[in-house]
Design a protein around this ligand. Structure first.
Ligand SMILES: Nc1ncnc2c1ncn2[C@@H]1O[C@H](COP(=O)(O)OP(=O)(O)OP(=O)(O)O)[C@@H](O)[C@H]1O
Ligand SMILES: [Mg+2]
Length: 306
């Protein structure tokens, strides 16, 4: 009897042997190897994350994540719900600072400058590292005002009576910036004749591209996107996907998605997080989807869990 059980166990072990030949004893107790996340690439890193940990109260939501994010490319973050993707994304422009219970340890460098330096200028940081959220969130203002909101708030564009009195009215600059940002966000053609209309009258897909235009108007270098297309229909989604690919020519894009096909289609490299807030594997997107090192990553992307 005990013999039979042993034989069964052996067979199990055989079946869970990873494609690379690394032996794993089963899905949940796979040991993550450092080499799986040590992604090497040509060119420069825009962001360098080292030993990043995040806690919400006692909950350890992100565990010792290190990864370099190459500039002017698309990095996809994938993994099951609750594995820490949004938490990680928010660390990249210190949005977690706004969550009372959140505690962040570790280092994030943007072009060699530590963003967690106590003296870091957060307004400047969030100009350089913009964010687009899951649900489009335009302000209940005109399309034009939505796009120029950031530059006006930061004082880069001055308007109104006082500005006119002092001869500093930037109305023309504002129109140029609005046009340029809407063009970059592939929305100009659809809204050029209705810039004064309320943004809430746009379709969901148009609203999301407007939010991308609003983000671009500030002149960011990095754009963080948290499932930007998950609330959209397939046509609106494919417009966002095309846009993300175009943006990567000039910007560093980091995008969270639950959609495997989307990650495979639009990203250059993919980072896979798994339950417990661990970065398990990070590599060229083709490698992750065609021949991952981790058995759990393979199971996740082939839909066996998550
Ligand atoms: N503001 C918060 N306060 C407390 N706990 C939080 C907060 N935000 C996230 N968490 C916890 O941290 C863990 C990671 O959450 P996170 O939102 O980063 O996951 P996710 O991978 O983005 O999930 P999803 O795919 O569902 O969006 C979860 O256990 C979550 O409950
Ligand atoms: Mg999330």
């Amino acid at each position: 009897m005990s013999n039979a059980v042993d034989t069964e166990r052996d067979t199990d072990t055989e079946l869970t042997e990873a494609p690379s030949g690394k032996r794993t004893t089963g899905e949940s107790d796979e040991t993550v190897e450092e080499a799986w996340t040590d992604y090497r690439f040509d060119g420069d890193a825009k962001l360098d994350v080292e030993n990043l940990d995040v806690w919400y109260g006692d909950e350890h939501a992100l565990k010792d994540v290190s990864m370099e994010i190459p500039e002017e490319s698309v990095t996809a973050l994938i993994g099951p719900s609750g594995c820490g993707k949004s938490t990680y994304l928010r660390c990249l422009n210190r949005m977690n600072d706004r969550i009372k219970s959140a505690r962040v340890e570790g280092s994030v460098k943007l072009d060699d400058t530590e963003i967690y330096d106590p003296n870091a200028n957060l307004v400047e940081l969030r100009k350089r590292v913009g964010m687009v959220f899951q649900s489009p969130n335009p302000f209940p203002k005109s399309i034009r005002e939505n796009v120029s909101y950031g530059p006006r708030k930061h004082g880069d564009i001055e308007k109104g009576l006082l500005a006119r009195l002092f001869g500093r009215d930037d109305t023309e600059e504002e129109y140029d910036l609005v046009e340029q940002s809407l063009k970059q966000a592939a929305l100009w053609e659809e809204v050029s004749d209705r810039l004064e209309d309320n943004a809430l009258g746009l379709s969901g897909g148009q609203q999301q591209r407007l939010c991308i235009a609003r983000c671009l108007a500030v002149g960011p270098e990095v754009i963080l996107m948290d499932e930007p297309a998950s609330a959209l229909d397939p046509i609106a989604t494919s417009k966002i996907e095309d846009l993300v690919e175009d943006l990567a020519e000039d910007y560093t894009v980091v995008i969270v998605t639950h959609n495997m096909q989307q990650a495979a289609r639009i990203s250059d490299q993919t980072a896979v997080f798994l339950t417990g807030g661990e970065l398990v594997e990070y590599d060229d997107t083709d490698k992750i989807f065609e021949n991952p090192e981790s058995q759990r990553v393979e199971d996740y992307i082939t839909g066996k869990f998550g």
